[in-house]
Design a protein around this ligand. Structure first.
Ligand code: SF4
Length: 691
């Protein structure tokens, strides 16, 4: 049996692993790939359990009575499934226009599939209605990085640089649970004397090992960052040489920072002044230093401005573009980076080009062989698209790929109502997810070990996903599904389901764009453990580290952008007196559609646990292990309590891997990124059954 080296199907670390087909199962072993160096987490080790899982979808499913979603799903041929989908698309577009049919993609799709999906919607459906679940994940940090640095690449340096940094500030990031193999770099740095500072309302496993743990009230991170900048200015810790030579706009930011004096910031955030001062002194004087943000800082109704505030601090301290130093954001989904570069975003074309840029439209249209005028204009962002279902100009037929919206979208009761209101819903997945249960047609798609393609990990390293075994007979990859569907819509000549051919086209489409893949080939990836974009030509070495010589902005300088604290869209009051914040557990991934089916993972953590401080629990007569009812203005969730003195007494934590947490969350959108406010909403709590 031949061993195939590929990568984990889950998170953005994209750990290398070797798959060897054996009878009766595939043998999965960690590989010595640069990011994981022989390590895997429990999710990665058990990933092959899903390949022959009894829940696996093996044929298309359609409703027994067409048009009646109360009737059961039954097995069908692909031909019957296509017939129903094509009829629904044609009817809808004839009655309501092209934009009445849309697609919702995912950050788990390969680059080839993300690219093909964006092209399918614009060229085969001629619709503007497309967005993806990365809008819920990376959009705030991406928007902030584009504004400040002119480019959005999660980590602008290799992960291994973390081991060389002497001070690392992690804001709303918990890699010890979310991507354990990455901790080897932080652990190596700490063993060599580095100091790590964690900003998190919970004492996570990452915070447990840190030198300092700052525990702000959720929703006050921007004030915290501006407060650190205030201290840096007052204590002459700003790198004025760097600021003068390589940046612009500092004066306005400096002015804004004036009003974030330490006593005020301590009152706003709950972080003691002494910790504020120690943090900024360490960052400024014990370098090289890094500031890394993740979803805890970004998933807010002011998420873009919050990421911007951390970027402002990194620029003021002169961290960016220096060795083993800088600002980065830790991407979460497997292809969260590549998934946001190749055109499945509402406003974007491949190469991270803007859909409203005439030059970008002309370039991509030429590669696609269509007239630029045929390309639709930007559509609605993810939550706006779902919320606009059945409204004027909204979507009525939706194709969902690699997403389980019912569990992962905010205000999930509203999302369910909207999905039910669709004229027709198609879901492509490997299991009958909660979203698939609402569909008219469910399509069985190939898994990671059954397909070829590329992924781009959290460092911007483009890697190969390789096929170790064929998919089951009736299962197709999404590339095949999109190609065959395009053919039935009369646009087949624009599509191919050959991954290498799609990648070659993607290279041409991205050439000259910000995310330039023109010089990356399957062979180069194979030969060098991945290639870092931008890589504009075949003789270009790729770009592991950005910003050493300049910034891809109009002036070549990084931009400071003045940002001010605003209260979260929803704050606690007498009816809903606590803050709910959501996040991850080590054993689960995203909506749990896959990992909730893995026995070893569910044995380790069988259900969602609401983390509650003992003081808060006492006030409500709650004991460890009790069922508690959480209520927000939008919904109710019942979870088992886990008491922990590591969480703030005014805050409750709930993981989002199970249905429940997102029944509570607030869909208030960040005005710049359209990111929902997953990390703060107001809730009430009671012991289940309490009067
Ligand atoms: Fe997979 Fe991420 Fe775990 Fe690595 S850290 S094994 S990529 S889930």
């Amino acid at each position: 049996m031949t061993a195939t080296q590929t990568h984990c199907p889950y998170c953005a670390l994209q750990c290398g692993m070797t798959l060897t087909p054996e009878i009766p199962r595939v043998r999965l072993e960690p590989a010595d790939f640069p990011v994981n160096r022989g390590g895997l987490c429990a999710k990665g080790f058990t990933a092959a359990d899903l390949l022959d899982h009894p829940d696996r979808l093996l044929t298309p499913l359609v409703r027994k009575e067409p048009g009646n979603r109360e009737s059961p799903l039954r097995e069908a041929s692909w031909e019957e499934a296509y017939e129903r989908i094509v009829t629904a698309i044609r009817d809808s577009q004839a009655r309501y226009g092209n934009d009445s049919v849309g697609a919702f993609g995912g950050g788990g799709l390969t680059n080839e599939k993300a690219y093909a999906l964006g092209k399918f919607v614009r060229v085969a459906l001629r619709s503007s209605a497309i967005d993806y679940n990365g809008r819920f994940c990376m959009s705030s940090a991406a928007t902030a990085a584009n504004r400040a640095l002119g480019i959005d690449r999660g980590l602008p340096f290799p992960l291994a640089d973390l081991a060389q940094a002497r001070t690392v500030l992690l804001v709303g990031a918990n890699p010890a649970d979310a991507m354990p193999p990455s901790m080897q770099y932080l652990d190596a740095g700490r063993a060599a004397g580095a100091k790590h500072i964690v900003v998190d309302p919970r004492r996570t496993n990452t915070a447990n090992g840190a030198y300092l743990h700052l525990q702000p009230l959720p929703g006050t991170d921007l004030a915290l960052a501006n407060g650190l900048l205030h201290i840096a200015i007052r204590e002459n810790l700003v790198d004025l040489g760097f600021v003068g030579a390589r940046t612009e706009g500092f004066a306005a930011v400096q002015k804004a920072a004036n009003s974030y004096w330490p006593e005020r910031v301590e009152r706003m955030t709950g972080v003691p002044e002494a910790q504020l001062r120690e943090t900024v002194r360490l960052l400024a004087t014990e370098g090289p230093s890094m500031i890394l943000t993740a979803r805890g800082a970004e998933q807010h109704s002011n998420g873009t401005d919050t990421a911007q505030a951390w970027l402002n601090l990194a620029l003021a301290l002169g961290l960016v573009g220096r060795p083993f130093s800088g600002y980065g954001t830790i991407t979460g989904q497997g292809n969260g980076q590549g998934g946001r570069e190749h055109g499945q975003k509402a406003d974007q074309l491949p190469g991270y080009r803007r859909l409203d840029d005439p030059a970008a439209r002309a370039h991509v249209a030429a590669v696609w062989g269509v007239d630029p005028g045929e390309l639709p204009q930007p559509g609605r962002s993810a939550y706006e698209m779902i919320s606009g279902i059945q409204e004027e100009g909204g979507v009525r037929v939706l194709l969902v790929l690699a997403s389980n919206l019912v569990v992962s979208a905010p205000h999930s009761n509203h999302v369910v109502d909207k999905l039910r209101a669709l004229d027709f819903l198609v879901v492509s997945d490997i299991f009958r997810s909660e979203t698939a249960e609402l569909a008219d047609v469910v399509l069985p798609t190939a898994q990671w070990a059954e397909e070829e393609g590329t992924m781009t990990n959290l460092e911007g390293r483009v890697i190969r996903r390789k096929r170790a075994l064929p998919p089951p007979p009736m299962v197709k990859t999404d590339l095949t599904f999109l190609t065959e569907l395009a053919g039935r819509l009369g646009r087949g000549e624009f599509f191919t389901d050959e991954p290498r051919a799609v990648f070659e086209e993607l290279r041409r489409a991205s050439a000259g764009g910000v995310a330039d893949y023109a010089g990356i080939s399957y062979e180069r990836i194979e030969a060098s453990n991945g290639v870092f974009w931008p890589c504009p030509s075949e003789d270009h070495p790729g770009t592991p580290r950005l910003f050493a010589d300049g910034f891809p902005t109009a002036s070549g300088r990084a931009r400071f952008i003045r940002v001010e604290h605003r209260d979260p869209a929803e704050v606690p009051d007498r009816s809903f007196p606590y803050v709910l914040t959501t996040g991850r557990n080590m054993q689960q991934y995203q909506s749990g559609n896959q990992t909730r089916r893995v026995k070893a993972l569910t044995v380790a953590l069988p259900e969602a646990r609401a983390e509650i401080h003992p003081d808060l629990a006492r006030r409500h007569g709650i004991a460890d292990g009790d069922l508690v009812v959480l209520r927000s203005r939008r919904g109710v969730a019942t979870l088992r309590a886990r008491l922990s003195d590591g969480i703030r007494p005014d805050t409750v934590f709930a993981p989002f891997h199970w249905p429940g947490a997102n029944a509570l969350t607030d869909p208030a959108l960040d005005p710049h990124s359209k990111m929902p406010a997953f990390k703060v909403c107001a809730v009430a709590i009671a012991r289940a059954g309490a009067p």
